[in-house]
Design a protein around this ligand. Structure first.
Ligand code: NAD
Length: 306
């Protein structure tokens, strides 16, 4: 099996002027892709803008013999970023939605602006950019999309309610795009990274920080975006040279009544709570049809027990 290359492919990486995005852009370019290095070059709280961040990564790629162009738009105007790819390279094959900011506050201190800005960059930005790229993917029957979530979204993290909500929203967005894109060979997966960057420099313990180079995650993202990779709709966690799939599980649960004619009382729920919450015999339900099917099976079980 040969090297995995991206020759002839056009890859857009948002927020590629630093941190993880920079590592992704450098890797894609080193494997032959033409890269749109998007970054509005603002502060970590979404303040300000500068062309420097994107320019320096483009220069680095060109110095290494690769091909890249800078784009300074905010992901909130994702259609403009996709236009940069089309205007400069004539196509788009891969979109890595990576741009991000933090406005950490405990729940009661989150202002509307803290909420709206975090949602705008992470959730709306990923939606706008993917929506603009999707018609190209559909037409050419090929596309790869990455959404960037976070353990803060999946498990919660003190002081990050706005960020957690947006990051988990991206999981839902990815799940539906995976379904809508599937018949057009357009796959969408979620990366859950943990890496040393300016977003984490005061969050991660110093010892761990040094072990968490973004370059250790970039190959996982690149593989997910390769044409040979058939993964679709998955959440992949990665850090420190490790990767593993993360999945939502559902307990087998419990019927809350014994006959179809019965109602359900609050006490029925209390009495079965251990069984309802016991995940020792759980399943991964891959699709909404699986979830509905499991529900129908419970109902059938009730009816036949009547
Ligand atoms: P980073 O701050 O180094 O990089 C993010 C980049 O996004 C910055 O260069 C910034 O200028 C750019 N950006 C911000 N708002 C933008 C906008 N509106 N339009 C275009 N570009 C914009 O941070 P990072 O740690 O590399 O984070 C990358 C992504 O990974 C983010 O989505 C972040 O939430 C996510 N993430 C990171 C970690 C981690 O451990 N570093 C953990 C979980 C999730």
């Amino acid at each position: 099996m040969g090297d995995l290359r991206f020759d002839g492919r056009v890859v857009v990486v948002t927020g590629a002027g630093a941190g993880l995005g920079r590592a992704y852009a450098l890797l894609f370019a080193s494997r032959g892709a033409k890269v749109v290095v998007n970054d509005l070059g603002g502060g970590r709280h979404g303040d300000g803008s500068s062309s420097k961040a994107a320019d320096s990564v483009v220069e680095e790629i060109k110095r290494n013999g690769g091909s890249a162009v800078a784009d300074y738009n905010s992901v909130v105007e994702g259609d403009k970023i996709v236009k940069t790819a089309i205007d400069n390279f004539g196509r788009i094959d891969v979109l890595v939605n990576n741009a991000g900011i933090l406005r950490d506050k405990s729940l009661v201190n989150i202002s509307d602006q803290d909420w709206d800005l975090v949602h705008a960059v992470h959730l709306k930005g990923s939606f706008k950019t993917t929506q603009a790229a999707f018609p190209y993917f559909k037409k050419q029957k090929y596309g790869r999309v990455i959404m960037t979530s976070s353990n803060a979204g999946i498990y919660g993290n003190f002081g990050q309610a706005n960020y957690s909500a947006a990051k988990m929203g991206l999981v839902g967005l990815a799940s539906t795009i995976a379904i809508e894109g599937n018949k057009y060979n357009t796959f969408c997966n979620v990366i859950v990274p943990t890496a040393a960057s300016r977003l984490t420099e005061d969050i991660l313990p110093p010892d761990l920080y040094n072990e968490l180079r973004p370059e250790l995650i970039a190959p996982v993202v690149a593989y997910l975006c390769h044409e040979s990779c058939q993964e679709n709709g998955s959440i992949i966690e990665s850090a420190a040279g490790w990767a593993g799939r993360c999945a939502i599980i559902r307990a087998n649960g419990s019927l809350l009544r014994s006959r179809i004619a019965d109602d359900v009382s609050v006490e029925n729920v209390r009495d079965r709570w251990t069984k309802i919450t016991d995940v020792s015999d759980s399943q991964i339900l891959g699709t909404i049809q699986d979830a509905t099917g499991a529900l129908m099976a419970s109902l059938e079980g009730l009816k036949s027990g009547d």
